[in-house]
Design a protein. Sequence first.
Length: 349
Amino acid sequence: MAQQLFSSSHLCHSSVSNRLNISLLSRNVLLLLLVSLRLLLGVFLPWTGSPLFIFPNRSSSSYSSLPSNWRDYSLPQAAKFVAKDGTVIVCTVSYPFLPFLNNWLISVSRQKHQDKVIVIAEDYATLYLINQKWPGHAVLIPPALDSQTAYKFGSQGFFKFTSRRPHLLQLLELGYNVMYNDVDMVWLQDPFQYLEGSHDAYFTDDMTRIKPLNHSHDLPPPDRNGVTYICSCMIFLRPKNGAKLLMKKWIEELQAGSKAYEGNDQPAFNWALNKTYHQVDLFLLSQAAFPTGGLYFNNETWAEETKGKHVIIHNNYIIGYDHKMKRFHDFGLWLVDDHAFESPLGKLE
Ligand SMILES: *[C@@H]1O[C@H](CO)[C@@H](O)[C@H](O)[C@H]1NC(C)=O
Ligand SMILES: *[C@@H]1O[C@H](CO)[C@@H](O)[C@H](O)[C@H]1NC(C)=O
Ligand SMILES: *[C@@H]1O[C@H](CO)[C@@H](O)[C@H](O)[C@H]1NC(C)=O
């Protein structure tokens, strides 16, 4: 039961395919063609001043390391390009979720952390679109989802999509602090000021049970099924041995249980936390600051009581792309309609 509830944050993707209507699909195919065309023009006709080669507000030297074809752009290059104070913020996104990416980016920009963002694009259309509008901020780690697979969430393709989170290990090995976020989130405050101390890994609880404000920052005890419900949706890691060990264990667990987890990387993350508990310095973030969507959106009384304490809102515990979008709308957290200009990507139309 609880298992089903928490995995809804991931299952939500699977109903997208049903909901995408033909017109949206064909619009996206058209967009993909347009993006490819622009890229071709940018590669072959640089003198036309394609936006690919115009980099406002940056000295040209900081762009000299950028490739002329984004296919060749690697995660280490992207990290080097965006990192500030040794920190990068990472998300993964496929084409249908670009509106959510943009919504999240607006909220990240309001906290002045957008410069550190690396988008791991799941398909080439996404890679090209983002880098065209915001050069250097998207990278694709092959294999890409083809445009068909990108829509078939719940498929093996989708499993690869969610299991990419362990790419965070590569960034740790390169020495960066890494914040990972799902894009169905909105920042209301700067989360970095809540990453107190110098622990290896920071994460949030996906359980809806209300805890006292002064709850422990230790890994919560397993429930009666013997499992914990830590969210793999928002993780902050310092490039220390403990964090690397946790990521290695997560990868192992994903590989060992790929069938059982059916595209959801969260159970594997919880087993990794369980098995590395004595070797990793963990820090559970405050529930009031980082509530699960199952609490924030479903208990108005609680949300009112803890008003002003919320830092990142996660739009999970809901199934369906349209429902998710509507819920952000209803709670005043759908920012892209009126504030797209605050996103480094601008309006995505
Ligand atoms: C939280 O506060 C209550 C009441 O002040 C106290 O009894 C409890 O021990 C505190 N819990 C923690 C984990 O500090
Ligand atoms: C790890 O999981 C086992 C089995 O559910 C449980 O008994 C144990 O308490 C867990 N350890 C931690 C640190 O959560
Ligand atoms: C909602 O939150 C209030 C205030 O924290 C709490 O007393 C109540 O039990 C919660 N309701 C549910 C259904 O969890």
